[in-house]
Design a protein around this ligand. Structure first.
Ligand code: HEC
Ligand code: HEC
Length: 95
């Protein structure tokens, strides 16, 4: 199929919009998961399984309300309310 010049212009326009969109959404405000001794195992799980949901399972072991590292009072979700999707908001750092 031959792509006409005006189609290329349209493709370029769509690509430009997408780039702007990703540039804006890539602006992180929520704290990232620190890459330290406590969190290295979580990075390892993600590397091995390629699944953020698998890595998520390890977080409540330390981050919980009962004697673990408590969440800030205004934290948007509590881990006991169903499966924790910590990494949905707290991104892993690029290592
Ligand atoms: C072995 C225990 C342990 C595990 C497992 C763990 N954490 Fe933590 N986390 C800590 C401790 C201790 C702190 C506070 C001290 C620090 O910053 O390291 C902390 C701090 C944090 C912070 C705040 C960092 C900051 O900049 O203030 C975030 C976000 C976080 N953890 C997310 C996670 C997520 C997401 C997971 C699961 C992928 C996870 N943690 C698993 C022990 C743990
Ligand atoms: C819906 C998004 C969302 C999810 C899901 C989420 N968090 Fe948070 N979390 C936040 C926001 C927003 C803050 C406060 C702002 C910030 O981190 O900069 C926060 C703060 C924290 C802090 C304190 C950071 C500090 O030192 O100020 C920790 C620790 C933390 N979250 C851990 C977790 C863990 C562990 C999970 C999974 C059980 C989790 N979060 C799931 C959005 C989320």
């Amino acid at each position: 199929m031959k792509i006409a010049k005006k189609d290329w212009l349209f493709i370029a326009l769509v690509a430009g919009v997408l780039i702007v969109f990703f540039a804006i959404s890539g602006e992180e405000k929520t704290k990232k998961v620190p890459y330290d001794e406590n969190h290295k195992p979580s990075y390892e799980i993600f590397k091995q399984t390629g699944s953020k949901m698998e890595a998520d399972k390890g977080c409540p072991q330390c981050h919980n309300e009962q004697g673990g590292i408590p969440f800030p009072a205004n934290h948007p979700v509590k881990p006991k309310e169903g499966p924790s999707r910590c990494l949905f908001c707290h991104k892993l750092q690029k290592i």
